[in-house]
Design a protein around this ligand. Sequence first.
Ligand SMILES: [Zn+2]
Length: 542
Amino acid sequence: MSWQLRSERLTALVVLFLLSACNWVFWQKFIALQQPDSLAAWLFIGVGFVFLFLVFNAILTLLALPYVFKPLISLLLLITPFVVYFMSQYGVMINAEMIQNAAETNHAETRDLLTLKMLSYVVLLGVLPLIALWRTKIEFRPFKQELKVKSLILTGSLLLLGVIAAGFYKDFASVFRNHRELKYLLTPSNYIQASSTYLRKSAALRPVEVKPIGEDAKQGARWGKVTRPSLTVIVVGETARAANFSLNDYERETNPQLKKIPELINFSDFRSCGTDTAVSVPCMFSMFERNDYSDKLAKSHQGLLDILQRAGLAVNWRDNQSGCKGTCDRVPNEQTSAQPDPALCRDGECWDEILLKKIPQQLAQLAEGKQSAVLVLHMMGSHGPAYFKRYPDQFERFKPACKTNQLDKCSQGEIMNSYDNTLVYTDHVLASLIQLLQGQQDKVDTAMVYVSDHGESIGERGLYLHGSPYVIAPDYQTHIPALMWFSPQYQQSRGISASCLKQKAAQPYSHDNLFHSMLGLLDVSTKEYQSKLDLFASCRQP
Ligand SMILES: [Zn+2]
């Protein structure tokens, strides 16, 4: 069966399909914001629909050309179902950072996101309309006539839009200005705009010249008194939110092992730089503060690890996740999946304990030499939505846990249980790490600094996962756990006092502090160092 349609009719049908079948998340939000309790409010919503119809229709009318129109609509129908699925299932909003995150995700993470439900979205919103589209013969008139019809439609649309704007412009403008999320929910303009921003940014980035920073970096005066090698471990957490750490007074016991370590310092008011890995991780290791930070700046400048290496420290990045996002490009680095351990790895993914495997060996080597080392461990942490895959069975402390990546198949309580179990496992990994560092503290000065990259929404305000635009991101996505531990000898040789730090641990800090604090802690002198951002500065003896 096949049929014929004039180009303008098909255009209108496509727009109607997009606005009604693919935008219920947008309309839900838009209608909720109006709280329609009167005819006037519903009228406003109706006018909003007409307004968007006219705008979309005008744009597609311009693109409704032979040989162009069908492939273009097909492309929209191929992408849109996935976008609609993620918006409706996880409450995600589509901006450039979200596209970047998707582009930089690894295969295992992608696999976690594929579900049967997603398949049904693809069939209903993609495959079936595509079949209908390709069975349709689009009738184009001779060129001049077609041009005339298009001009008529465009003029008519513009006139109508003008009338609507005259009556409602202020209302629309204020709704969209006060609720930026609407822009990120309107499909397909959200992902078209976000992808073009992302592509523009990454095209601008491509021939990137990495500017050296801290070329003057050298070991400071304190190094003259240091007699033993040290190992400073920086642990980059994943998707751990401060609110669910019992160390931060969460009512459930998610830190059963760490709470038994009296020397542990818990920074209870620590904020992330971004709301996703692709922003937060490079930002953490860059000298730029969140307010000035951009992906371009980070990728075109060296970072903390370059400076530490230049100052003579042996730097190493060990990754149990989707890579270091450029931050470890010039230092030795390794991916745990390259040498999987059958006891700790399944289907190309490993539990975070694999990060600790080589530490005893490294400590033994350090003990024999003189050089000090900095080791960065990049955790898989609480990466969702497949929380249940992040921990071995014996860490299923909270039951029943959600055991699928389709969060809508689980109750809120089950999702929270599986998320909290990931934190119980993280607690175990960090406590085991400290135990390893403690075990060798008579030979090597040892320390651990743990900071998560961003938090997570678990159903609050209907949001799941993370990646909300920073300005409107809920606290759950930006308030992150940060923990430190220093052996007594490390404190002594670095001149810092854990008890002093404990007193200041409730003050507000953020990822902005990490760069300068690490330089200060490791006594690397460079003109890039700012003591006002060094959270150790006031707890260090001169
Ligand atoms: Zn992350």
